[in-house]
Design a protein around this ligand. Structure first.
Ligand SMILES: Nc1nc2c(ncn2[C@@H]2O[C@H](COP(=O)(O)OP(=O)(O)OP(=O)(O)O)[C@@H](O)[C@H]2O)c(=O)[nH]1
Ligand SMILES: [Zn+2]
Length: 297
């Protein structure tokens, strides 16, 4: 049996990567019933497969998954749909403009990643279009919290070394709004990928979705990237109002100094988190985003 990696799934048709080649594969029937909770096959799965006489690859088994990302809710068969498995980190990509800079969305992704116990890094792309004071203070806050931040331009090829350093020898899931430049960045570091890119529409400021299915690509310098189309990579469905603060690392140190030990840091008197925001020990934009997410849970 051969050891492959699933790089794309289109319903029952699967692409498996093995030693630099891609194989079209199907799944042995019994695997479909194996996993009761999650979809049985996903991008990122390490699989054992055989090649039949007619040249068709058949996946015989799926190795146990490590970290996985699933969509919130269940699909038709009552299972959770796995977006990608065996990933090491989330790479959150945002643009300075076109589409507009969205620190709130970055914070949502950071919270999701904290909840999933997944490391995250942040890429601020299209820095050729606006001066640094538009995004620098946000980046400083994020890096003070321990998230690595890189500033890039896929167009002028700035910051690509940092981007590559983040990706090297890891399996990274890319997350970001359509049009922020995910495909352009990947093409810039590895032109042979030749990914499709599209103009961001001037009138709506929204990218037209050029990428439609989840795909995984091997990097020549080591590592894998998973491009996940669309805005929402995964939801905040497992998080409730009482414990949202746990996924804001800067709040963890203050929580125990709040007057009430079940303080959610919204309206309570004697709240050490709110005090820390007032004295600028906790960044105001992070707290505002905390409140926004809290209100929508
Ligand atoms: N000025 C500038 N334009 C960029 C940069 N990166 C990407 N673009 C442009 O932004 C548009 C969208 O880029 P894509 O790479 O298609 O964006 P994407 O995130 O892959 O979009 P989806 O595939 O829809 O998720 C294209 O017109 C790119 O040429 C950059 O650093 N600077
Ligand atoms: Zn509090």
């Amino acid at each position: 049996m051969l050891d492959g990696k699933v790089i794309a799934v289109f319903g029952k048709y699967i692409k498996v990567h093995y030693r630099g080649e891609e194989y079209d594969a199907t799944i042995r029937g019994k695997i479909l019933k194996n996993d009761l909770k999650y979809s049985p096959i996903s991008v990122g799965d390490n699989v054992k497969f055989t090649i039949e006489h007619n040249g068709q690859a058949v996946i015989e088994s799926v190795l146990p998954r490590k970290q996985l990302l699933a969509r919130p809710g269940v699909i038709g068969d009552g299972k959770k749909q796995v977006i990608a498995s065996n990933i090491d980190q989330l790479v959150i990509i945002t643009s300075t403009i076109k589409p507009r800079f969205k620190p709130g969305l970055v914070d949502r992704f950071l919270v999701s990643a904290e909840y999933e116990n997944l490391k995250s890094v942040i890429i601020i792309n299209k820095i050729d279009l606006v001066p640094p004071d538009n995004y620098e203070s946000y980046a400083l806050t994020w890096s003070s919290l321990g998230y690595d931040v890189a500033f890039t331009s896929a167009k002028t090829k700035v910051g690509l070394d940092d981007f590559m350093k983040f990706l090297k020898d890891r399996t990274s899931a890319l997350a970001g709004h359509s049009g922020v430049g995910k495909s352009s960045l990947l093409n810039a570091i590895q032109p042979s990928l030749d990914l499709h890119t599209r103009e961001v529409s001037q009138s709506t400021d929204k990218g037209v979705h050029a990428t439609t299915t989840v795909r995984m690509y091997p990097l020549d310098f080591g590592g894998w990237v998973i491009d996940t189309p669309g805005l929402k990579l995964f939801g905040l469905s497992g998080i409730d109002k009482e414990n949202l603060w746990r996924y804001f690392p800067e709040m963890r140190d203050y929580q125990r100094h709040c007057r009430f030990n079940d303080c959610v840091h919204i309206n309570e008197p004697g709240c050490a988190v709110k005090k820390a925001v007032e004295t600028k020990k906790i960044s105001e934009f992070r707290y505002i985003n905390y409140k926004r997410i809290w209100e929508n849970l």
